[in-house]
Design a protein. Structure first.
Length: 157
């Protein structure tokens, strides 16, 4: 049975807009019924001083497992040259598995829903664009979470 999968896509090195656009296309082709949000410019949250990010969200349907999708996302990151050197540091591409249907995954390698999803407008804004009435497994809605994060600046790319 297919589930809807939401993936956060971000970059702040190189031609970030191009990287995010290309990565979104690769992500939605992991399944069917794929769509992507608009691109957004956001300030980095946490980590060392670094350039602004280009962010988006991709959504698709799949019969893959969460760990299979995670492996495919890591391959896409590697294709773009992602190196994991510094937590919350600048990166050519970051793909985060945000939501996997209504599943909850608590594992050392993967937590779904993404643990900081509700705190980050750079994820909530593109999620709201794609699915404004989407509810997390705990019942919180993207609409309500976005309203609570409006103090964070997110502007169209």
């Amino acid at each position: 049975m297919a589930v809807r999968v939401y993936v956060g896509v971000g970059s702040n090195l190189g031609d970030s807009g191009q990287v995010v656009s290309e990565a979104c296309q690769r992500v939605i082709h992991l399944g069917s019924e794929g769509r992507t949000s608009s691109l957004y410019r956001t300030a980095p949250r946490g980590g060392p001083p670094q350039p602004p990010y280009c962010n988006a969200v991709a959504v698709f349907s799949t019969a893959w497992t969460p760990f299979q999708v995670l492996g495919l996302l890591r391959r896409i990151e590697a294709h773009f040259g992602r190196a994991r050197r510094q937590r919350w540091g600048p990166r050519i591409l970051d793909l985060d598995l945000l939501l996997f249907g209504d599943r909850i995954v608590l594992h050392p390698r993967l937590t779904v829903p993404h643990p900081r999803l509700g705190e980050r407008r750079f994820v909530l804004e593109p999620l709201f664009e794609l699915s404004p009435d989407l509810a997390l497994p705990d019942g919180r809605t993207i609409r309500a979470l976005r309203e609570a994060a409006m103090d964070q600046e997110v502007i169209p790319w």
